[in-house]
Ligand binder design. Sequence first.
Ligand SMILES: C[S@@+](CC[C@H](N)C(=O)[O-])C[C@H]1O[C@@H](n2cnc3c(N)ncnc32)[C@H](O)[C@@H]1O
Length: 432
Amino acid sequence: MSKDKLKQYVYIVQSVKENTKCKIGVTNDLERRLKDYNSTTGKSKENISIYLFTCEVCDMKQVEDDIKAEFKHLREEKSREIYFYNKDLFEKYVNFIKTHKAFTEEIFIKSDVQKEVVKIVKRTTPSLKERGLSPKDVMQKAQKVDNDEFYTRYEDVEKEIEMYDKEMWKEKTVFCNCDDAVDADDDRNTSAFALYFMQNFKKLSLKKLICTHYAGGIDLFNQGPKGYIFTYIFTKDGFKELKDYPKGYTGSFDDPISLKILNEDADIVCTNPPFSKAIEYWNIIVESGKKFLIISNFTNVITPAFIPYFKEKKVWAGYNRVDYFLTPKKQITQASGHWYTNIPIKDRPKYENMKIMPLKKIPEKYKKYDDKKILVVDNNYIPNDYKEPFAVSAYPILSGVLEKGYKLFNDKEYNPYINGERRFSRVLVQKI
Ligand SMILES: C[S@@+](CC[C@H](N)C(=O)[O-])C[C@H]1O[C@@H](n2cnc3c(N)ncnc32)[C@H](O)[C@@H]1O
């Protein structure tokens, strides 16, 4: 077959045991590519790769480049096409591919391909010993690829918390419900949230700090620690640390015991929750009615599952973005996070980023009308004399445009097309 007649495919593939990320790739041969994934040395038979989505396209290189540009912020690794995965993101990826001008048709892989894959994997999976690996090596490898294991740096916690009125913390119980490895004497293994609140307990006049340790993390050999509740209080005899291991407690933020603490004890919830469970986490925390100060993805303000919270003014941006996190090995890694809260923000410094002015003063380069004649503005320019809804990126929302006389027009993401070409996702806002 000559090269130009080769079929071109885009696929989304996932290892069944690594369900917080997926690979978006291109190939001329879907079956062979899947076999390649599943015959990789060192893959356990339980961890086969399966296609989540496959389709034929007429220009796979173009689709691949456009995916890279559109989802740059969702790349788990800069040099590889590994993207964060959850149900919502997956929908976004598929939607993007299906609406791309090079999309031809979705392909449904026949089940015997999967059967074949399982067969191959069974024949080729060597034991740990055969692979020359110790359980520790595997654990380290697994930790490296788990994208929930992004730890917040102490300076980022400090920088945000110190923006709020100190009075707010007085006599309050702070609940850090995704903060494992807690020990006041062990700053290597203690979350920066827990450390910050312990070290500033008196300064903030806190009543209590409660942190919960999640037992459901990577536990390849079923030796992981149990979920526990760590409580820190100040008594007449000094600081007291208590660790409680209730029977059957998972430490998950949605465990009944964690929910009871949230509803009955907590005044302010403060953490960086797992990226892969952000939708469930936001639902519980926002609807609890408690005050919260949490870190999540920068793009939540333009992501369908979260937009309604911003529209209903149940959540708004905190002061700072968070661009650096620590890996389990305490190495710096980059990811686009932002603080979110329901605590009032005073004189938001980011207002200064916005350039609010009459439409005709906005440089041509930064204002365009899309194929539906919707105005799309960029670079934090905001027209103050335009009555119709217009499209903006995450930046003005995080800079506080919704506090400056504008509202979200609806609770949906907006995908502009200009001359048939899809642009970055936005939301529609409108002057009130
Ligand atoms: C993004 S990390 C942040 C950890 C810590 N809060 C910090 O800021 O450094 C999220 C943590 O939540 C843990 N986690 C995952 N699922 C969880 C759940 N259902 N409940 C509580 N914690 C969970 C992960 O293991 C991970 O350590």
